[in-house]
Design a protein. Structure first.
Length: 348
């Protein structure tokens, strides 16, 4: 073999050994990934997994469980990558911001309910605050690096309208409705800010009367819904969006009658519903049938919101892809699943 050929062959052999040695060994059996030197542990994935699996449903298969855990691990990897960037850019949430958010998260529950939820999720208060800090920090990062850079021009709105005019043909009147629901059958999964729930029909009647009194005295409908409504819409201030007139025909006739009797801005008296509860309705706006013109401020705002959401989703995806390309990530769980042909032990 010629000297030059021997040198090249030796160099190639050294490169091959280097590539073979580049395969990193997991720091321990419970380390499922490493992101920029920071470990993501099996218990981190398992904790999220337990919160997502319905204990009352049939247990997932071995493969389904592993697939879900792999997906959760990928989410945690992305989260750690973004948190690292937030730390480098000095946009980590402050202690005060974390405490404020923690207090808000506790507000809908009694102390006993809150402790039960913590226990069922396997979290400590420190765990919860750590998760809050992480999410707030990532939100601050993305607001600065993505959301703040989005600009929707009037020309963008005009172009969208001209290309999608058929979307703005309203076939029938629509009613923008908010509601406050009081039920004599409290749902343990539904919460409001004051954790207020009626226990029986008499209690529901008294509560409805109290709410009407507050509304008559000038209380804000949105605030009352968030404080007292016993419906999932409490979280949005009772706002259930636009309801086509034809959909009203499929609701309780008493509720339909109340809606049709109201003008925008007005609220109804408590409507006694079939379940023995009460619903107070407010009509926020009425959209008549016909073509909605670009000159309508609501049309412009609807388009602006849609374009902003679309662009934000695109930019968030691009930002995460770029951040992930720059990060050093080793996914040991994925490697172990491949090497074991999907037979990773103790995965359920």
């Amino acid at each position: 073999m010629k000297p030059k050929t021997l040198v090249i062959a030796t160099a190639l052999a050294v490169c091959a050994v280097a590539v073979g040695c580049r395969k990193e060994i997991a720091p321990g059996p419970n380390v499922w990934a490493v992101v920029n030197g920071k470990q993501i542990l099996r218990e981190d994935v398992e904790r999220v997994y337990r919160s997502r699996v319905n204990s009352e449903a049939p247990a997932p298969s071995h493969e389904e469980a592993l697939s879900l855990k792999l997906s959760i691990l990928d989410e945690l990897i992305n989260s750690q990558i973004l948190l690292d960037r937030a730390e480098k850019m000095n946009v980590v949430a402050s202690d005060e911001e974390v405490e404020d958010h923690f207090t808000q998260s506790k507000a809908p529950y009694t102390e006993q309910e809150f402790q039960q939820r913590l226990q069922s999720s396997g979290l400590t208060i420190d765990d919860l605050k750590s998760d809050i800090r992480r999410q707030l920090s990532i939100d601050k990062l993305l607001n600065r690096e993505v959301v703040a850079k989005i600009a929707i021009t009037n020309q963008d709105i005009t172009d969208f309208y001209n290309k999608n005019k058929s979307q703005f043909d309203v076939a029938e009147p629509q009613y923008h409705i908010a509601e406050i629901v009081v039920t004599p059958h409290p749902d343990p999964t539904v919460h409001n800010r004051k954790n207020s729930k009626a226990d029986n029909e008499a209690d529901a009647g008294r509560k409805a009367a109290m709410l009407i009194q507050k509304l008559g005295a000038g209380a804000d409908f949105t605030d009352l819904a968030m404080d007292y409504s016993e419906d999932p819409s409490a979280s949005t201030g009772g706002d259930i969006g636009f309801i086509p007139e034809s959909s009203l025909n499929r609701s309780d006739p008493a509720l339909k009658k109340a809606v049709l009797s109201l003008k925008p801005g007005q609220f109804s008296q408590p409507v006694h519903t079939k379940d023995g509860g009460y619903t107070i309705l407010k009509v926020i706006a009425i959209e008549p049938a016909g073509n909605r013109q670009l000159s309508d401020p609501q049309v412009q705002q609807t388009i602006r919101n849609a374009l902003r959401t679309r662009k934000e989703q695109l930019l968030r995806s691009a930002y995460l892809t770029e951040a992930r390309d720059e990060a050093h990530v080793t996914n040991y769980l994925a490697r172990e699943i491949l090497e074991s042909a999907g037979k990773l032990p103790d995965s359920n």
